[in-house]
Design a protein. Structure first.
Length: 211
């Protein structure tokens, strides 16, 4: 996974500079807008305020459904809102809960199905899974053990960007509370980002401790 792919992941998930919000129950399907200019609304109703408009071809990830309305996140901007279901067309189906083989899933389904669907779609593009194991520990700890394929095919910078993306996702999921994220199996090779009194501290191979 290249640095560009990681940055696309961060933007697609709305992780950069977005407020902390709880994860939504989600299908994870990727939808493309088919209307010319589609209103992204604050709620599942024609009477809800319009947050922005989305052009034809823009892709969104489905977070939830309510009647004929879809709660979505815009991949390009990370903005969330509601679209009428007739104005989008499915581009990539989520494998969550479908009974398909584990390699199609990213491993985050229990925690954040929407995130799981996006990571799974990137895994499909790469041809191999990103995560081998996802473990939730005590005191806001999350450990993500990547696959050997991902470790072998990524640079040090890409691993760091991935750790930062995971940290922000986990921070959002916990509504801004202190968290710790470790990317890698237990040991000195893992990149760890932990909230401390003066802000998040990053440790990892040849990194020492930094803020």
């Amino acid at each position: 996974m290249s640095r560009k792919t990681i940055m696309v992941l961060v933007a697609a998930l709305g992780l950069a500079g977005t407020p902390a919000v709880p994860a939504l129950a989600a299908s994870g399907d990727i939808q493309a807008v088919v209307g010319e200019k589609v209103n992204l609304r604050a709620g599942p109703s024609d009477d809800a305020a319009v947050r922005s408009t989305i052009a034809r071809g823009e892709e969104v990830v489905e977070l939830r459904r309510e009647g004929s309305w879809l709660g979505v996140r815009v991949l390009r901007t990370g903005e969330e809102g509601w679209l009428f279901s007739d104005l989008v067309k499915r581009q990539a189906a989520s494998t969550l809960g479908s009974g398909e083989a584990a390699p199609a899933q990213a491993g985050f389904g229990r925690l954040s199905p929407g995130f799981d669907g996006l990571v799974a779609s990137i895994s499909d593009t790469l041809g191999y899974r990103f995560a081998d194991k996802v473990e939730q520990g005590a005191n806001g700890t999350l450990r993500v053990v990547p696959t050997q394929e991902w470790l072998y095919n990524t640079s040090r910078d890409a691993k760091m960007f991935a750790a930062l993306a995971l940290y922000q996702m986990w921070k959002n999921y916990n509504n801004g509370k202190p968290v710790t994220v470790a990317l890698g199996a237990q040991g000195p090779a893992a990149i760890t980002i932990a909230d401390a009194a003066k802000g998040p501290e990053i440790t990892g191979p040849t990194l020492g401790s930094a803020r």
